[in-house]
Design a protein around this ligand. Structure first.
Ligand SMILES: [Mn+2]
Length: 356
């Protein structure tokens, strides 16, 4: 079982965002970074922030490259929520490749779009499992912390030193379940859902806030450190602020945890970010931050000497861009932040970008 918090290597690093099976983007980016996965040479070690897999054309090839570099001591990765889903055997849209499911697809504006992904064989599944179950949740050193979605010192302190990811996530979930049950929350939530078609019908908008549904959903996210660190914090929406997404009415929303101080620079992925300005009318947790900006403090701010930077520039959206007929000049890109320079390199752009 892996130690859950491990040390980053010393010296300069390249911190690579979520890849989501986009192997061509990975190869192009590694080339620009001076990393050769065939000859096993690297100008500097590479650190992957998680979500190596799902949706894109070849998650298997991405994992082969990352594990080769890792075995050679040239790469390190943290676990993302997509890897945790595989370990928990949780079938989700976009991970059909792992189960050999050729019919996996997304709904884009009501049209089914298949994921054209290479399917894993039984033997590949076993190899993949043994690689990802050894990944830590957090990598850190004095000047930097890397975690997939969210850093929270109090919740991280509840983790054992080492453990099996899937078993830990289940154990925390059971503990939360038992506490909610003692307080009668699941029964109240079931009643609330029953009044509104189980919250699955867009046409049946609840006319009031549903507090038990909100409490249940938030508890499972923020009181489970495995979930919190890999898929981020959520908060109850204000009265009347519920919204419909992913096929159901929701009473919790993503918490912009990066607005609170962190004690050292923290680099995450997970939250799809754009290289251009926000699109009006689209929900976007980054709508108050310029595309290449750090959140929640800067290197010279005294109360928050850290700052948080999300290095996921939505390469995972390319499957949808291709479905709309685009095969180059994508909106989404794969980025690496060179550390300590704080400069971004993209798979598909010549010029590096200084972060601010
Ligand atoms: Mn993620």
């Amino acid at each position: 079982m892996p130690r859950l918090i491990q040390a980053l290597p010393p010296g300069p690093l390249a911190l690579v965002g979520d890849i989501h099976g986009e192997v061509e983007a990975l190869l192009a980016l590694l080339h620009r970074l001076g990393v050769d996965p065939d000859r096993l040479r690297a100008a500097r070690p590479v650190v992957f922030v998680g979500d190596l897999v799902d949706r894109g054309p070849d998650s298997i090839a991405v994992l082969e490259i990352v594990s080769r570099l890792t075995e050679a001591g040239l790469a390190h990765s943290v676990l993302g929520n997509h890897e945790l889903n595989l370990l928990q055997e949780d079938r989700k849209e976009g991970n059909g490749w792992y189960w050999g499911d050729a019919n996996d697809h997304a709904q884009l504006r009501g049209t089914p779009v298949p994921f054209r992904s290479r399917l894993a064989t039984h033997a590949e599944r076993a190899t993949i499992r043994s690689f990802i179950r050894d990944l830590p949740l957090v990598l850190e050193r004095d000047d930097l912390r890397v975690v997939h979605a969210c850093w929270n010192a109090a919740e991280a302190a509840r983790l054992p030193e080492a453990g099996d990811h899937a078993a830990l996530a289940d154990a925390f979930a059971e503990e939360i379940e038992a506490d909610l049950a003692r307080r009668g929350i699941p029964d109240r939530a079931a009643e609330e859902r029953a009044a509104f078609e189980q919250l699955r019908d867009f046409g049946v908008r609840p006319d009031r806030h549903l507090p038990a549904v909100a409490e249940e959903d938030a508890a499972h996210q923020v009181r489970n450190p495995m979930k919190l660190l890999t898929s981020g914090a959520e908060v109850e929406v204000p009265q009347g602020g519920h919204f419909f997404v992913g096929g159901k009415w929701r009473f919790v929303a993503r918490d912009r945890w990066w607005r609170r101080p962190v004690e050292r620079p923290t680099v995450v992925g997970h939250y799809w970010r754009r290289r251009g300005p926000p699109i009006e009318g689209k929900m976007d947790v980054w709508d108050d931050l310029p595309p290449f900006a750090w959140a929640g403090g800067s290197a010279d701010s005294e109360e928050s000497p850290g700052g948080v930077f999300c290095v996921d520039y939505s390469v995972g959206r390319r499957f949808a861009e291709r479905a709309r007929g685009r095969d180059s000049d994508f909106d989404g890109g794969l980025a690496a932040m060179c550390w300590p320079e704080r400069v971004l390199v993209f798979d598909d752009r010549e010029a590096p970008v200084r972060t601010v």
